[in-house]
Design a protein around this ligand. Structure first.
Ligand code: UD1
Length: 326
């Protein structure tokens, strides 16, 4: 099979490309390079620049490369930006997906893996979020991911396409320093940035109903996440007509305070965090039940938070050598 990986020049996409090729799958990257970086695409993997909104170009790449499966990661993913620019998010994430699915079903491609998010759940009121937990997204970003799942499942049913919607929890880490996330939009890089500036990292609220009062999340190593895509791609290939919706997490909650303590330990910094007011819209606790992914794919995360922080820090220091303390 040959897989088209949209967004394959992005942080998560580049890890998926590596996991797929390491597993012996042929891959072609399709990326508009708006946030993707061409150098992340490994030698020997074709990179076709283009947008999923460009129907003609999508059809051309599908036919010219004999694509038989698609892993779709190309999307906008900043929650705050989605609140300010909802129409842009709906266009890129929903319309871009609709156009892609239209081309995919017309070209007779049989399998489709979709990058979804725990953001579809919004503020879940359960200890462990299962795939049956109601989806009540709180941001346009989360809405576009939920609408995306609807599109994928409906198009799959109508066209006999095998589909998987993978709901990522909090992704961190890197397979190699050059593949680390360069954005500073999530807890780990935001803490790194503060430590580099020699100012205390910030805790957004410590009065949540959690053991230490700070928010609890399920952090997943990007290498494990990438492996989940390989497992999903293979599960779909061996059973046509299947429709999977799966949480991709570790099933273990870690609080913001615990994360900051571990980051200090790994990086050799020791700045005590400063507690600032809650960030609007943050749920107290979002932790996956990873049982369904284990049952359906035989997949389980192997890397812990220590691996995530250590590998992310190596990537950070490569870009910010001044961050290292001696
Ligand atoms: C965010 C997105 C979510 C997306 C996920 C993965 C929001 C509201 N949600 O989740 O939709 O699926 O990323 O990309 O943006 N924190 C601090 N101090 C900091 C930075 C973060 O205390 O300097 C806290 C946050 O309040 C939160 C936790 O750390 O409780 C994790 O934050 P973050 O990494 O931004 O991820 P989420 O908000 O969980």
């Amino acid at each position: 099979m040959t897989w088209l990986i949209t967004g394959g020049a992005g942080y998560i996409g580049a890890h998926v490309v590596r996991a797929m090729t390491a597993a012996g799958e042929a891959a072609v990257v399709y990326d508009d390079l708006s946030t993707g970086i061409a150098a992340r695409v490994p030698d020997g993997v074709p990179l076709v620049p283009g947008s999923t909104l460009d129907r003609e170009r999508v059809t051309r790449v599908l036919t010219e490369h004999g694509i038989t499966g698609v892993v779709h990661l190309a999307a906008k993913k900043q929650v705050g930006e989605s609140v300010e620019q909802p129409l842009r998010y709906y266009r890129e994430n929903v319309e871009g997906l609709r156009v892609l699915l239209d081309a995919v079903t017309e070209a007779g491609v049989g399998t489709f893996v979709f990058s979804s998010s725990a953001a579809v759940y919004g503020m879940p009121d359960v200890d462990l979020v299962t795939e049956e937990t109601p989806c009540v997204p709180l941001s346009p970003y989360g809405e576009t991911k939920l609408a995306g799942e609807w599109l994928v499942r409906a198009a799959g049913r109508a066209a006999g396409l095998s589909t998987a919607c993978l709901r990522y929890f909090n992704v961190a880490g890197a397979a190699a320093p050059g593949l680390a996330d360069v954005g500073v939009f999530n807890l780990v890089p935001m803490v790194f940035e503060r430590l580099t500036l020699n100012v205390p990292p910030r805790v957004f609220g410590d009065d949540y109903p959690t053991p230490d009062g700070t928010c609890v999340r399920d952090y997943i190593h990007v290498v494990d996440l990438a492996e989940a895509h390989v497992a999903a791609a293979r599960a779909l290939r061996s059973s046509p007509g299947r429709a999977l919706t799966l949480n991709i997490g570790r099933g273990e909650g870690v609080s913001v305070r615990e994360m900051i303590d571990r980051i200090n330990a790994v990086t050799g910094h020791d700045l005590s965090p400063e507690v600032v007011p809650r960030r609007p819209g943050d749920p107290a606790r979002v932790v996956a039940s990873a049982d369904r992914a284990a049952a359906e794919l035989g997949w389980k995360a192997r890397h812990d938070v220590q691996d995530m922080i250590t590998s992310a820090w190596q990537g950070w220091v490569r870009l910010h050598p001044e961050a290292e303390r001696h």
